[in-house]
Design a protein around this ligand. Structure first.
Ligand code: GLU
Length: 441
């Protein structure tokens, strides 16, 4: 068995979205699980649409997810290789020049569809004579180049779809080189997968038909074809495609909205598989339970509510050291431990910090109860038992119990009617602040 080598190959023509994150994570997990290497390859041959900012954004997004890469490549550095492959294919008679414009091709496609024929390229360009070509070029037309597929069935054992067969008669010969000379994805991807000795190509099922053509291209270029795995579509909870809503959200949006990267990773690593979604704290922890063989062909559903719940579950047990840098200045471990069980997003910590260390508007709902609270307020030092003793003393003095007792106290001390448990919060607020709030100062 050759070494496992996988890649994640985004185009830097935009920021990564949730669907890309899934491809990145599944490949990363596959590499780590099998002791292989993970290549980050930027598919930037479209120099008009690719930008350095988007490339930097992709790297930042992967780092935010906690995914590292062992190798890095940019296709724009590798045009020589694609050119050499082009020459090789031409010499082998597998690449042929075509002169149709986009409009002509579209018209032909419409006619084929109206005749209920599959919209497959009719290979008209193969019938052109040298003088036809010379005439077209004299008109100023520049050829684009198509890869001549061989007829028959292309089959492979897909890691997720199982045995897959594609009848090549159902495919158009793919364009490998544009009329301006730039290579297209099908060519550059196969050359790089070959040159980097990629052993497993794991990507979305929108690439299944590409795979059949690419297998022939690997063969034509003298590379061993990798093993393929195509994971299913990601749908939102209602079953609609993920073009809208959460799936189309960029990772930058999710980060902005305060999601923890591990909430997303924990979800994406298991969605579409037979394994349960559980909170995990590092990508490495997801490796042991990861098994691509347990992924199914059925579409995976991404429920934003599930992401919210995971986010909260993760925060509820996150240690102080892991969030210290993202908490308000001065926030202590005791503060974090007091509030973490009650927040859904880390940003909520900033709302609780003034409760223990700043000023809030206290709300006096029951003046008599609050008066009793002032009279029974114990001296410091305070600890986690103080709240119980004090509230019992207030209860004994006023007869108030349950909500009637706790609600006005919480409102007076925190300004809010809900929140973290008062027992750990009280010593953090401290006697001086507590007294001032009870006095409505
Ligand atoms: N750049 C391609 C894409 O984003 C890569 C597809 C592949 O994994 O081969 O669709």
């Amino acid at each position: 068995m050759s070494a496992v080598a996988v890649r994640f190959a985004p185009s830097p023509t935009g920021r990564l979205h949730v669907g890309n994150a899934r491809a990145a994570l599944l490949n990363w997990l596959y590499a780590r699980k099998h002791g292989g290497t993970f290549l980050l390859r930027l598919d930037d041959t479209d120099t008009g649409r690719s930008t350095a900012e988007f490339a930097a954004g992709i790297e930042a997004d992967l780092r935010w997810l906690g995914l590292d890469w062992d190798r890095f490549a940019k296709q724009s550095d590798r045009f020589d290789l694609y050119r050499a492959a082009t020459e090789k294919l031409k010499a082998a008679g597998r690449l042929y020049p075509c002169y149709e414009t986009a409009e002509e091709l579209e018209l032909r496609r419409k006619i084929q569809l109206s005749q209920k024929k599959p919209p497959v390229y009719d290979r008209a360009a193969l019938k052109l004579t040298d003088s036809d070509r010379a005439k077209l070029e004299a008109e100023g037309r520049k050829p684009h180049w198509r890869f001549r597929l061989q007829p028959g069935i292309v089959a492979w054992d897909d890691l997720i779809h199982g045995h897959t067969e594609i009848d090549m008669a159902s495919l158009s010969d793919p364009v490998l080189v544009r009329s301006d000379g730039y290579p297209l994805y099908t060519l550059s991807s196969v050359v790089d997968d070959g040159e980097f000795a990629i052993s497993h190509v794991i990507r979305g099922e929108d690439h299944v038909t590409n795979t059949a053509a690419q297998i022939q291209l690997f063969q034509a270029l003298g590379y061993a074809a990798p093993t393929f795995g195509h994971f299913s579509w990601l749908l939102d909870a209602e079953g609609a495609g993920l073009s809208k809503r959460i799936g189309s959200l960029s990772l930058a949006d999710l980060r902005e909205q305060g999601y923890e990267p591990m909430a997303l990773n924990s979800l994406l690593a298991r969605l579409g598989s037979a394994d349960p979604v559980e909170p995990h704290f590092t990508p490495a922890e997801l490796v042991a339970g990861f098994d691509l063989g347990r992924f199914s062909r059925a579409p995976a559903r991404l429920d934003p509510h599930e992401l919210d719940l995971l986010n909260a579950r993760i925060l509820h047990v996150t240690p102080f050291a892991a969030v210290r840098d993202r908490l308000p200045t001065g926030a202590t471990e005791a503060f974090w431990l007091a509030i973490r069980g009650n927040i859904g997003k880390l940003a909520e910590a900033a709302e609780w910090w003034p409760v223990v260390a700043g000023s809030i508007s206290s709300v006096i709902e029951d003046a008599l109860l609050v008066q009793a609270a002032i009279e029974t307020l114990p001296p410091e030092p305070w600890d986690s038992m103080t709240w119980k003793a004090w509230s019992q003393a207030i209860s004994a003095k006023t007869g108030a119990k349950g909500k009637v007792l706790f609600h006005p106290l919480r409102l007076a001390l925190t300004g809010r009617d809900k929140g973290p448990e008062m027992a750990p919060l009280l010593p953090l607020i401290g006697r001086e602040r507590v007294l001032a709030r009870l006095q409505g100062i």
